[in-house]
Ligand binder design. Structure first.
Ligand code: SAH
Length: 231
């Protein structure tokens, strides 16, 4: 997979993309992430990417020309499955979307700032708008990093057996069961006996039971969705 990110703050991605699983995925050649400084696509000497909103009002708006120039340059090189704009009013991102994006070839992600981007970019150039939650960030970079992290870890071959995504929360519309490691007792807080029983069948039954219980308590909407689909 190849991911191209258009941003005025490429340095914001240095931390998230140079550690842990995302770093390993790039080193293994399973994903290529390219950052594009939007200011490189300006033509004025101040490298301006924003301007006042027509009709006035508070806040600046990201201009159409540098963004269109950057998108044109990238699409001239290859075909993209989606041109994504990170936006608080976009489709609410979830694990199902992460799974489906993890199977794509080329993705382009545009990060907005200030009051957002000129609406005509959204109307004519963007193919998908994604929100990571119902709150407003100051820029699309953190949202894009969240999106990329959750998608890249699902690319086949990125996670080893030890961290398999299949047993993670949401993958089967269930929340993960609780997990424990050594020591067996700490301040009198014991690990459930069944996990030490060595009986694989009993352990799996317990895990499923815990998953169902937790899902009902914490994310009842997941069980409901499941029922709706079966109806
Ligand atoms: N005025 C806009 C908010 C702009 S926030 C509004 O009221 O809808 C500035 C930029 O941050 C946006 O262009 C977008 O790229 C990004 N952003 C903010 N919140 C986000 C969220 N919840 N999900 C994804 N991107 C977000």
């Amino acid at each position: 997979m190849r991911i191209d990110i258009i941003t005025i703050f490429p340095e914001m991605f240095e931390g998230p993309f140079s550690e842990s699983i995302i770093k390993r995925a790039q080193n293994k050649g399973l994903v290529e992430i390219h950052l594009h400084q939007l200011r490189d696509y300006t033509t004025d000497k101040h490298r301006k990417t924003d301007d006042y909103a027509f009709s006035g009002g508070a806040g600046m708006v990201m201009m159409i020309e540098p963004i269109a120039r950057c998108i044109d340059a990238l699409t001239a090189e290859r075909k993209y499955d989606e041109l994504i704009y990170m936006s608080p009013d976009g489709d609410l991102f979830d694990q199902k979307m992460a799974n489906s994006y993890s199977l794509k070839g080329n993705l382009m992600i545009l990060c907005g700032h200030y009051k957002g981007i000129d609406e005509r970019i959204r109307e004519h150039l963007i193919t998908k708008e994604i929100s990571i939650g119902n709150y407003v960030l100051s820029g699309g970079e953190l949202a894009a990093a969240v999106f990329v992290d959750s998608v890249v870890r699902l690319i086949p071959g990125v996670l080893g057996d030890e961290t398999s995504a299949l047993s993670d929360s949401f993958q089967n519309d269930l929340i993960s069961p609780p997990v424990y490691t050594r020591p067996r007792a700490f301040r009198g807080w014991e690990v459930p006996d069944i996990l030490l029983s060595g009986n694989e069948k009993l352990i799996n039954d317990w895990k499923l039971e815990q998953s169902l219980k937790r899902t009902a308590e914490r994310k009842p909407g997941l069980l409901k969705e499941d029922n709706d689909r079966k109806d």
